[in-house]
Design a protein around this ligand. Structure first.
Ligand SMILES: C[S@@+](CC[C@H](N)C(=O)[O-])C[C@H]1O[C@@H](n2cnc3c(N)ncnc32)[C@H](O)[C@@H]1O
Length: 380
């Protein structure tokens, strides 16, 4: 590649190289050339630091590129604002572009493809919108497609990032839930998307049945494809609104309410699907200050539906914003007419706990617990 360079004496080479690097002027992916007593340092542009300059060819071979940032063709002043991480779904990189970098998004996309040849598409993530949680996607480099096959926990998922929700960041949470499923359980996954909870449970545990459904027909099409591709025979697929589906199926031992912005609205329907005892995993996006109130609401809805809450744990799945968490409530209920008694709430503080109502004849123990987990977002 042809680039400007500055010819400096070998003895001063390292300190000048560092100086150029700090100023964002050194082209890091080009090999420095030794010529006699001189080092030729490749630069982003012509620089005048008191040494001779020229334009010449530099080799790009055998250069270790540790980040796409090293090869992104953006003005040096903006280099520091390049995002350090992005998601990779199958062979598609999905990156959020800060406002100041939008005019350079194609260059960022090209850098990502250059940095990792296994990535064939670079896409801009403009956020998830609407009840169907569909991602607004714009291709910034590479092949013009939003479909790919993503492998998670050894299972293959056909996805269409622009038409049905999928996020690789919830892989650990899906594993956590799957690990809780006991033999012969009936599980409801009424917000199944393309099926990463339902299929993982069906393939890695021994449930009797997993009811997987979604209101988005594109998601359901992909869910059917994924069930077939992974031979997850125990997954029964439906298309439809969660409320209707939950009223049709049952009794279930476990329900996954993975619609964080409005899951609470569906709690009465999930409870109606539960048999004599069951566990509901309810997800919310919450400020920490809202957690106690959400717990109270869960208890109140359960009580109104004729259930006792025998265990309630909350867990931060990942940070959602500087002040909010994607939060999981694992709620175990037992059908029974006896009211659960007054709600007891956390007293505040980082390690505070909530105590669930005591099951008759059992020691009351720690029944609500907070534990943290970070989402998966690799530095690139
Ligand atoms: C956050 S996504 C979760 C997808 C999936 N659980 C996953 O882990 O990839 C929520 C899903 O709920 C679906 N959805 C939204 N409202 C719904 C409703 N009322 N009934 C059924 N599905 C609904 C959306 O189409 C979307 O696929």
């Amino acid at each position: 590649m042809r680039a400007w360079c500055v010819a400096v004496p070998k003895g001063q080479g390292e300190s000048i190289r560092k100086g150029l690097l700090e100023r964002g002027i050194l082209v890091k992916h080009l090999r420095i050339v030794r010529e006699g007593d001189l080092l030729l340092l490749p630069t982003e542009r012509r620089v005048d630091i008191g040494f001779p300059v020229e334009q010449r060819e530099f080799s790009e071979e055998f250069v270790s590129v540790r980040s796409y940032k090293d090869v992104a063709d953006v003005p040096p002043s903006l280099r520091r604002s390049l995002p350090s991480s992005f998601d990779v779904v199958g062979d598609i990189a999905v990156i959020k572009i800060p406002d100041g970098l939008r005019p350079h998004r194609e260059a960022m996309g090209r850098a990502i493809l250059q940095w990792n040849p296994k990535i064939r598409v670079a896409a801009e993530d403009r956020g998830v919108k609407g009840e169907r949680r569909v991602r607004q996607i714009g291709i910034i480099a590479g092949e013009r497609r939003t479909t790919t096959v993503h492998v998670e926990h050894g299972l293959r998922y056909h996805v269409d990032l622009a038409a049905a929700y999928f996020s690789p960041r919830l892989a650990s949470e899906r594993k956590r839930i799957a690990d809780l499923v006991r033999e012969e359980e009936v599980v409801a996954d009424p917000f199944a998307g393309v099926g990463p909870y339902a299929i993982l449970i069906a393939k890695r545990r021994r449930p009797r049945q997993v009811h997987a459904s979604d209101a988005n027909p594109v998601a359901v099409g992909l869910l059917r494809t994924n069930v077939a591709a992974n031979r997850a025979e125990r997954v029964e697929v439906r298309e439809g609104d969660a409320r209707t589906v939950l009223r049709e199926i049952g009794p279930v031992d476990r329900a996954i309410l993975d619609l964080p912005h409005s899951a609470l609205r569906f709690l009465p329907d999930a409870l109606a699907a539960v048999g004599s005892r069951g566990t509901i995993h309810l997800y919310r996006i919450l400020e920490q200050a809202e957690e106690a109130d959400t717990e109270r609401q869960i208890r109140s809805v359960a009580r109104a539906a004729g259930f006792r809450v025998v265990d309630l744990r909350l867990r931060h799945v990942r940070a959602y914003s500087p002040t909010q968490h994607h939060t999981a409530f694992d709620v175990t209920v037992v059908r029974g007419s006896r009211p659960s008694g007054p709600d007891t709430s956390r007293t505040g503080g980082r390690t505070s706990r909530t105590r669930a109502s005591r099951a008759p004849g059992r020691r009351s123990g720690r029944t609500a617990r907070r534990s943290g987990a970070r989402g998966r977002r690799t530095r690139r």
